[in-house]
Ligand binder design. Sequence first.
Ligand SMILES: O=C1O[C@H](COP(=O)(O)O)[C@@H](O)[C@H](O)[C@H]1O
Length: 261
Amino acid sequence: MSVAPQLVVHRDKELMAQAAAARLITKVVDAQASRGHASVVLTGGRNGNGLLAALAEAPARDAVDWSRLDLWWGDERFLPEGDPERNVTQARKALLDSVPLDPSRVHAMPASDGPHGRDVEAAAAAYAAELAAAAGPEDHGPVPVFDVLMLGVGPDTHVASLFPELPAVRETERTVVGVHGAPKPPPVRVTLTLPAIRAAREVWLLAAGEDKAEAAAIALSGAGEIQAPAAGAYGRSRTLWLLDAAAASQLPRALYPPASA
Ligand SMILES: O=C1O[C@H](COP(=O)(O)O)[C@@H](O)[C@H](O)[C@H]1O
């Protein structure tokens, strides 16, 4: 059953990134204190990378035990290792190269020049197997119960590489699939599916900028997940939309009443 989304609206995208970074630090520190380790699923895109860059600048980042953090990805552009358009390349530049992570806990999705070559279905199956191997009996499923899974929201309401009406968003069995014909380049991608996303304890959707306003309004107004994949992204115990004022500007008044002063 889906948990009703909560909304937090910040003044602008810089403040949103800083506040989300602070929120993530607290979550990771709390999870490490209670379970000894934490797991976070990263997103690509402008807002996801903005958050990572803000985290890199936050003095409180030193409160995180980076060696006890598992990092996974919600999706990846299926390109050669090191390609500047790969989500993992951008994440490394924004944050990962500057913190003492345990490389064995950095679970990048396969590249198109990796062991599976250009076979994106094999790459997706390999990532699903890696997730399944990391899931313990306490997870009761084929993927770990991630502490936080972040998703950038595209102007067309896509999340991860789940685009409206494409087969990946209809997947109900597999946890990771290959994507062909994505409307946003590159066309070939690897993505977690909605069932895998919904295994997370908390799902955070990031939307900043005017070009996200319509998507946020559609996804939060009862749209179906096939037409608006962001509407189908929710966590087991919390679904949090982190927006800036521009992205919140078309939300129904019942969700985001205009300020009175
Ligand atoms: O291509 C992608 O786009 C989305 C959204 O990106 P944005 O730049 O519009 O914020 C991103 O969440 C996804 O990870 C990425 O592969």
